[in-house]
Design a protein around this ligand. Structure first.
Ligand code: HPA
Length: 272
């Protein structure tokens, strides 16, 4: 039990030598890492230097923490995240969220690339996450609970903070950025869904589907953080579009949609 607490403390102490203040955490999804260019007075720490951080497996994922300010607010951004499909367990996937919390982060902005289940969504569109479906049924809080980290049975009724969502809608409107809103479904990957699975996920009430975010959001809620989440829709989910799904195209489309997301997130942070 104290093992995890010790690891969080050691990792946070190491990061705090460079990134001395952090109030807002940001997790940047595949193709969405460009936001770190907006960070002023950036301090960069590669994940592999941080004690107890998971070891990166996927080539092309940058894997570094970037601390600094955006609009005068102290942020710490994860450029590259750990996915369940890479083989990490959920304690590893969510470890950076624990470390951010220990650094002082109380607001977490999470982004991802996702397939569109909602037929109105187009590649390059942005979706504000209103709620999620944990389709894997796996939970990062499984096992003995540490009261120092949060309650045994955390409430998830407001997993995505309503006032932050309202702020996001207002800022999107003022920037003339179309912002859909909907339910994100977490699947394991790494294979994409079949068309039959996509029809099932639509029937279950999903608007977007992806391979990340939900474990981090559970841990952020457990830690008492406020969460704001965005999906960049990179493709129509399998069977809804005409094309076959291709990771390279997913990342390219995320980079395009990422520009709008960057603008929106910076504007939101500046008025937090
Ligand atoms: N399915 C799952 N994950 C994804 C997709 C998808 O269609 N697109 C980007 N991430």
């Amino acid at each position: 039990m104290t093992q995890l607490l010790r690891k969080i403390t050691e990792a946070a102490a190491f990061v705090a030598q460079e990134i001395t203040k952090a109030e807002i955490g940001i997790i940047l999804g595949s193709g969405l890492g460009g936001l770190v260019e907006q960070v002023q007075d950036a301090k960069v720490i590669p994940y592999d230097e941080i004690p107890h951080f998971p070891i990166a497996t996927v080539a092309g994922h940058a894997g570094r923490l970037v601390g600094g300010t955006i609009g005068g607010r102290h942020v710490v951004a994860m450029q590259g995240r750990f996915h369940y499909y890479e083989g990490y367990n959920l304690e590893e996937v969510t470890f950076p969220v624990r470390v951010m919390n220990r650094l002082g982060v109380n607001t977490l902005i999470i982004t991802n690339a996702a397939g569109g289940l909602n037929p109105l969504f187009r590649p390059g569109d942005l979706m504000l996450i209103s709620d999620h479906i944990n389709f894997l049924g796996l939970n990062p809080l499984r096992g003995e609970n540490m009261p120092e980290l949060g309650p045994r049975f955390p409430d998830m009724t407001r997993a995505y903070d309503a006032s932050l969502r309202q702020l996001a809608r207002e800022k999107a409107r003022s920037l003339a950025i179309t912002l859909h809103e909907g339910v994100y479904v977490w699947v394991g990957g790494p294979s994409y869904e079949t068309p039959a699975e996509v029809r099932m996920l639509q029937a279950l009430g999903g608007d977007a589907v992806g391979m990340s975010t939900v474990p981090e959001v559970i841990v952020a809620n457990h830690s008492g953080m406020r969460v704001l989440g965005f999906s960049c829709i990179t493709n129509a989910a399998a069977g809804l579009g005409h094309a076959q799904l291709d990771h390279v195209e997913v990342v390219e489309t995320a980079q395009e949609g990422g520009r709008k997301l960057q603008e929106l997130v910076c504007e939101i942070i500046s008025s937090l």
